[in-house]
Design a protein around this ligand. Sequence first.
Ligand SMILES: [Zn+2]
Length: 233
Amino acid sequence: MPKNAIGNFTRTPIQGPLPYIDIKEIAEYRRELWNHELIGVLKKGQWTGYDYGNISFRMPMSSQEQKGVFLSCSQTSSKPEISMHDFALVIDYDSDKFEIRYIGAESPSSETPIHLSAYLADENIGAVIHGHIVNENYALDKNTPYFPPHVLDFFQKNKLPCTKLRSKTKESGDEIFRIVKDMRYVHTKDIPVIGMPNHDGGFGLIILGKDFKEAYDKTLEFYGNLLKFGKQL
Ligand SMILES: [Zn+2]
């Protein structure tokens, strides 16, 4: 794969005002994700200063405006409080051309392809949370990842889907598409989570929901189970 394919999908801005949506509740849930450090900025190790974690949700069905997916922008992860100005509306993702078109003053996160692939794979998905499991004390040695080993054990023990690919490639988007298709999200009784052990700056998580509240509840449930598992060891 060519080197420039890393995070280098084409982003074409489309002129027009960003539709306004009331995101008060979403901002509150997202603040909790930030409080739990599932979203944030790394303070130690080789990725110091790296913003991690991002969120997205579909344009509400009731809206008469443009269809699409609202996705948080690149520099948003460091902020505890967010507003609509921290989002772009992605109106189109062409996975073959590895290209998006979006409305907004800033371009959406470099992890846009993993979000959009999930929405393309299943029309029942209304929100995606991408968080990181981070423990910076593990990262002080350059060759050690930012997460404790039990995170991967937890995925393996529970047979949860993982991708070994890094997140910012066309191939990782295509793989997320396949995993989400296989997951049959509407029928799953489990927490719809995908793990990314080879992710930059932490163990990457993708958690799906029919709306943002469901994705948030599932994320906290997953996080609680993971903490419990870690304590039992
Ligand atoms: Zn990430």
